[in-house]
Design a protein around this ligand. Structure first.
Ligand code: XLS
Ligand code: NI
Ligand code: NI
Length: 438
């Protein structure tokens, strides 16, 4: 037991009138919204990496956090101390899930054999921790971007030996996720891409990626893992051009390799921003393609162009996102992972709690707004009226493939009118969102 969080009592719901910064004001876990509890809607997960692994370093300066489990040794004892601290935090915050990368939880390893042994040793410990905690596993993932061996790519590396190492990591991490009852498994391809076309065979790399993800899916079925597999899109950073650019690009990739029924997406709002999209665009694209899976909730900073991974605090943006998430049916296996991190100057135990309490309160509030918007049917009625012309006649025939260009052209000639432009009513609709953002 680290003792690091001892002075912080378990976080309780106290309601919007509370002035206690260490209490929930909106996240009332059991409160029912559209027939389902807030906890079951949001399926909040705490991520291991930013909270318990990152020590506050940035490229200009050393770590600032001085957590007791960040000793000089990255060995099994340090991994166990970190695990104690993580579960102590989970139990005090009371969120239902956590997420991890293999290398977040284990003692450092260099050789394949060491990797397998060190990972297995900590998975045993995680399993016993989970047996005494209410925290479940939302998803696991293999870190195939930090170690120097991955500098030229993970499964898209020109060197097949590196891809074998990837296979080893993913096999063990997927099996551990299965054993720990994880709801999903994530593949984020931070190094799956290239920095310069001059040294890269893009076609070859795409073939590698396609076959690799297919092997992951095959292995999932082989071991009987019933959870989902999700790719997390991101356009760049750390690699200049990343193959999993955005939801639409991922869908194209999945279609190409016949994986669109097997793999979904884990959307991160700030990755959407980096790709030039807004958050709800990515959610609605995933809904449209039927590949919506999970969310890594965070925000970027409008004044800079990188992945700041900050906790969400924009009520309107998240009301919109939750609206489209609910509209698509909400989370099934996925959930709301906070792939978000406190700032480097927020170096105390309290700061970790303020961040998560703020994020959970914000999402609970956005969820209530989104549910009100859904129930009011104001947006959905407008949209369905706007497309109502497609239900009958030639328009319906076009969609079902029962007409052709000739017949459509003749129909236009027959009517012989230039269709009147119809207002898209953007301001009217934006005002509705403003009205429901409360
Ligand atoms: C990095 C990603 C990463 C994934 C998990 O930008 O968000 O943290 O969520 O590998
Ligand atoms: Ni990110
Ligand atoms: Ni992420």
């Amino acid at each position: 037991m680290s003792g690091y969080f001892d002075h912080i009592d378990p976080i309780q719901y106290e309601g919007p009138e509370s002035d206690n910064p260490l209490a929930f004001k909106y996240y009332d876990a059991k409160k029912k919204i559209m027939g389902k509890s807030i906890e079951d809607h949001l399926r909040v997960a705490v991520c291991y990496w930013h909270n318990f692994c990152w020590d506050g370093f940035d490229i200009f300066g050393a770590g600032t956090f001085d957590r007791p489990w960040h000793g000089p040794l990255n060995d099994q004892l340090a991994a166990e101390a970190k695990l104690d601290a993580a579960f102590d935090f989970f139990d005090r915050l009371g969120q239902p899930f956590f997420c991890f990368h293999d290398t977040d939880v284990m003692a450092a390893a260099n050789t394949p054999k060491e990797h397998v042994e060190n990972f297995a040793a900590i998975v045993d410990k995680i399993e016993s921790k989970m047996a005494n905690s209410k925290t479940n596993l939302l998803w696991g993932t293999a870190n195939m971007f930090s170690h120097p061996r991955y500098m030229a790519g993970a499964s898209t590396n020109p060197n097949p030996d590196v891809v074998e190492f990837c296979a080893l990591q993913v096999k063990h991490c997927l099996e551990a996720t299965h054993r720990l009852g994880g709801a999903g498994y994530v593949l984020w391809g931070g190094r799956e891409g290239y920095d310069t076309i001059l040294n890269t065979n893009v076609g070859q790399e795409m073939e590698q990626l396609g076959r690799f993800v297919s092997m992951v899916v095959e292995h999932k079925h082989k071991i009987g893992f019933k959870g989902d597999i999700w790719i997390e899109p991101k356009p760049h950073e750390p690699t200049k051009h990343q193959y999993d650019r955005d939801v639409a690009t991922v869908y194209g990739f999945l279609k190409t390799y016949g994986l669109e029924k097997e793999v979904g997406v884990n959307i991160e709002p700030n990755h959407a921003t980096l790709a030039g999209h807004n958050f709800e665009h990515e959610v609605e694209m995933a809904n449209a393609f039927g590949i919506f899976g999970s969310i890594d909730f965070n925000r970027g900073d409008p004044q800079n162009g990188w992945d700041t991974d900050q906790f969400p605090n924009d009520l309107r943006e998240n009301t919109m996102a939750l609206y489209y998430i609910l509209k698509g049916g909400g989370f099934t296996n996925g959930g709301a992972n906070f792939d978000a991190k406190v700032r480097r100057q927020s170096n105390t135990a309290e700061d970790l709690f303020f961040a998560h309490i703020g994020g959970m309160d914000l999402l609970a509030r956005a969820l209530m707004n989104a549910a009100d918007l859904i129930e009011s049917e104001k947006l959905s009625e407008f949209v369905s009226r706007r497309y109502s012309g497609w239900k009958t006649g030639l328009a319906a025939k076009m969609l079902s493939g029962q007409t052709d260009l000739d017949s459509m052209a003749s129909a236009a000639l027959e009517k012989n009118v230039s269709p009147e432009p119809i207002s898209g009513r953007q301001e009217y609709l934006e005002n509705i969102v403003t009205q429901y953002t409360k």
